[in-house]
Design a protein around this ligand. Sequence first.
Ligand code: SAH
Length: 348
Amino acid sequence: MTLPELEQFVVGMGQPKFRAKQILEWLWRGAPDFSVMKNLPENLRGDLDGLAQTLPCTIEQKLESADGQTTKFLLRTTNTNHEHDIIETVLMRTSYGNSVCVSSQAGCAMGCKFCASTLLGLKRNLTSNEMISQVLVAQWTLHASRLTPYASRPNGDVSHIVVMGTGEPLQNTGALRGFLETANEKLGISWRRMTVSTCGIVPGINELIEWGRPVNLAISLHAPNDELRGRLMPVNNRYPITDVLDAAFAHSDKTGRQLMIEYILLAGTNDSPEQAAELSALLKDKNVMVNLIPWNAVAERGEFAAPSNNAVHRFQDILKENGIHTRIRRTRGADIGSACGQLRLGQK
Ligand code: SAH
């Protein structure tokens, strides 16, 4: 509800109007229910708990990684128009702040051969409220537990959003934009600390360019040529590499943001020195950062294997020799099934 809607609601309950503002403050901090709203009279809290909910989801399960910095939430959606779906969100406490990895769909239709999220196909698009509530659940955990030893922000709020959870955000651009706008307006998260990751839906990238907010764009590339990419990622047969990269470079030119390229390394499939050289040729002299992601195990994807450390560094060295910025993405939360590519519909 907006403030005027909520004012009408509380007045309808025989309460003074200012209660609405108090309630909204709690909502934007991620309050899981009304009982925690200590500045409301007790009977009002009880009445509200019987009438309404604070978020369109409840926490089904919360898993802490042994690394002490990663939490996975399994959320049960309670939107009455839909069945109750289980969606996944990951909170990462890092040296640069607190980052939330948000899911944009229940399931995924993209069919990438190495990924767990698409194994059961697409169930539905998430709403912007369901996306923002993923951030709020994380926000509340941060406030409640103060588990933020490295937080750069003194109050330990969520500072970064990465739309890199389950689903393809550029198949759900309306909700995505509403979500990011709300995160900016209501939570004060700057555009530059938001990243949208896509497998390469060109019209969606063009829509982001038109939208014009300086969010970061990440492209899941994973192969240096159309032949191999088409085998790993069916989406490539619709939008080939040059079209995807042209749109992505245009986004970077328009927003001034550095383009992020994600490249999973799959042993014996896309991690050879020749493939590193081929990738370098595609990206040379562009404002890009290549994130190399050693493949994370997915039981159903037995045809793939993680690369050796040697292969990862050999691949990185070739990119560096070509003057391309590159980083190796540290795996987080593999022990709780929350590392890249391990999130899946309804898994516990
Ligand atoms: N659909 C969007 C958002 C998902 S982001 C996209 O494709 O970008 C999740 C990232 O993890 C993507 O880069 C995806 O390709 C990558 N990924 C998928 N399976 C993986 C695995 N098993 N190990 C490591 N990364 C994986």
